[in-house]
Design a protein around this ligand. Structure first.
Ligand SMILES: [Zn+2]
Length: 126
C-alpha cells in the first residue's frame, strides 16, 4: 500500500473519531504528500528526458549549419535544427519552405537553400 492510500485510510479513521482539528491537519498533510508525489514524478520524467538527450547528444554531428543523427560514422537522419537542439535538446526536422529555403517548423529559423540529405552528407559529390 502506497503512502497516498495510507493517508486516505488514516483520514477515514480520523473522520470516525470526529476530531475536526485533527482531521483538517491530516487533510493538509495528505495534500502536501500528494504535491510532493507529483513533484517527484515530474523530476523523474525530467531526469529521463535529460538522460535521453545526453545519449542523443553523442550521436549528433554538426554539419552545414544543422545536426545529423549518426549510426556509427554514417548520417542516418536529419538535418535537424541547431537552435531547437541547443536550447531545448529537441530534435526538430528541418523542412523545405515554399521559397525553396529550408526552415525549422518549430522556431521558424531559415537556413541556406542547400542542405544535404544524410545520404548526400555521407557521399559528397566529387
Ligand atoms: Zn528550430
Amino acid at each position: 500500500m502506497g503512502i497516498i492510500d495510507q493517508g486516505k485510510e488514516l483520514l477515514d479513521l480520523l473522520q470516525k473519531i470526529d476530531n475536526l482539528d485533527l482531521y483538517r491537519r491530516m487533510l493538509d498533510l495528505q495534500r502536501e504528500v500528494m504535491a510532493l508525489d507529483q513533484q517527484l514524478r515530474d523530476q523523474m520524467r525530467e531526469n529521463e528526458r535529460l538522460r535521453e538527450a545526453f545519449v542523443l547528444k553523442g550521436k549528433l554531428k554538426f554539419a552545414h549549419d544543422a545536426y545529423y543523427l549518426l549510426e556509427g560514422d554514417q548520417a542516418v537522419d536529419g538535418p535537424f535544427c541547431t537552435k531547437c537542439w541547443d536550447v531545448d535538446q529537441c530534435t526538430v526536422r528541418i523542412i523545405q519552405a515554399a521559397d525553396m529555403r529550408y526552415m525549422c517548423p518549430k522556431c521558424q529559423i531559415k537556413l541556406p537553400p542547400r542542405l544535404p540529405s544524410p545520404a548526400q552528407l555521407n557521399n559528397p559529390p566529387a
